[in-house]
Write a protein that binds this ligand. Structure first.
Ligand SMILES: [Zn+2]
Ligand SMILES: [Zn+2]
Length: 400
């Protein structure tokens, strides 16, 4: 067995890739070449990973300068977009029906393409009404009261192994989305921990979700996806030439938006990680240390969890049976936590690695739960969601 050059402990590599030292974490920051490239160039990806690792592991808070730069960059971006549209409108107005009008119209179109993305409610999303899920809404209310955060305006459920909180639209409607496959396997107190964290997003001041900075970041993220050059198409010579030109323009637009996006993400990374920790603290306050730690230890094994959940969905297991089936996945294991750090550190990750979150809150002074979810209330919540569980199971069973 290879030993650590720093402390002579045996190295480990449970998921393959470069081994690290479980005792002093030597080489835990190594870049795993099997990762899916994010930026297109390995060398950039490697650098971004190193930077992300350093920012993720460094406990200090963001300085005011990064926050101001982020705000300034966001305002500049939104002002440029407004400027393009404004200039277009002005040209159209002053040169009506002349050749220059075409330029104005093109600028207006460009302004439309670049328009700020505020996020919106998916009209097809499955929205829970309080009268149809009184036990769940009562729990939400208790968690909100115990942690001093506002209630969500809209509660959605979907069939992802995840949960999220966001603010959308001009009025910044607060949306909580609960992924039923995840919700189903959580113990009552873990459910409280999940809600504590998600509702925490409505107050933790995360710059990636702030009105100006969040809109700028989201807009760049969506634009960089939109401008991603597609594979070349065949056709006539003229078509191919047009295709080539279009793809060259797209490539420039793509690189530009990716670069600007990376800049914003990098500026916001420390602050956003800090906001996640604040939300985790609210999860601890609501659910107590023990349940919050086991919740994050479960998430630290997300790959195995995903496999179990799909298998159990195909077998049609009820929430109670599915919960029992994943019980072994919540035990605390330092190497599992390190593996999650190795695999989840990323500039573009929305959250710090789950293993790191479990470790951080396990080291805080232990807290008792402020909200206790009784078995009876927990069963009432499952009964309210019964039909939706069944369709979520069908959906992920098909999903592979
Ligand atoms: Zn070592
Ligand atoms: Zn979060």
């Amino acid at each position: 067995m290879e030993t650590c050059p720093q402390c002579a402990a045996g190295l480990v590599a449970p998921g393959g890739g470069p081994p690290w030292c479980p005792a002093c974490e030597w080489n835990l920051d190594a870049y795993d070449e099997r990762r899916v490239p994010q930026l297109g160039w390995r060398v950039l990806d490697r650098r971004a990973h190193r930077l992300a690792y350093r920012l993720t592991m460094d406990p200090s808070r963001a300085g005011g300068r990064a926050r101001w730069l982020l705000l300034a960059a966001s305002v500049l971006l939104l002002a440029v977009i407004a400027g393009i549209a404004g200039l277009g409108a002005w040209i159209v107005y002053t040169t009506w029906l002349s050749f220059a009008t075409v330029i104005g119209v093109l600028l207006l179109l460009l302004g439309y393409v670049l328009r700020p993305r505020l996020g919106r409610l998916d009209p097809d999303a499955d929205r829970l009404a309080p009268q149809n899920a009184p036990a769940l809404f009562a729990l939400l209310r208790r968690v909100a009261d115990a942690t001093g955060v506002p209630m969500p305006d809209v509660v959605l459920v979907d069939s992802r192994l995840n949960a999220s909180a966001s603010a959308v639209g001009l009025r910044r409607t607060k949306v909580l989305t609960i992924g039923l496959p995840l919700w189903a396997v959580l113990t009552p107190q873990e459910r409280v921990a999940l809600l504590g964290h998600e509702l925490g997003h409505f107050v933790n001041g995360d710059v990636r979700r702030g009105p100006l900075t969040g809109v700028a970041t989201r807009t760049l993220g969506e634009l960089s996806l939109m401008f991603r050059p597609a594979a070349p198409s065949g056709g006539s010579l003229l078509m191919m030439a047009a295709d080539l030109l279009a793809r060259a323009v797209l490539r420039v637009a793509h690189s530009g938006t990716v670069a600007a996006y990376v800049l914003l993400v990098w500026l916001s990374m420390r602050d956003s990680r800090h906001a996640e920790y604040l939300a985790d603290d609210l999860a601890v306050r609501a659910a107590g240390t023990e349940a919050a730690v086991s919740f994050f230890d479960l998430l630290a094994r997300s790959e195995t969890l995903d496999m179990y959940v799909r298998r159990d969905a195909r077998a049609g297991l009820s929430p109670a049976a599915a919960r029992a089936s994943v019980a072994a996945l919540r035990t605390a294991d330092p190497v599992v936590r390190q593996r999650s750090i190795r695999e989840e550190v990323s500039m573009f990750a929305s959250h710090p690695p789950s293993g790191l979150r479990a470790r951080r809150i396990a080291q805080l002074p232990p807290a008792a739960p402020a909200v206790l979810l009784t078995d009876a209330d927990d069963i009432a919540i499952d009964a309210e969601l019964d039909k939706r569980y069944a369709s979520a199971r069908r959906e992920i069973a098909i999903g592979g």
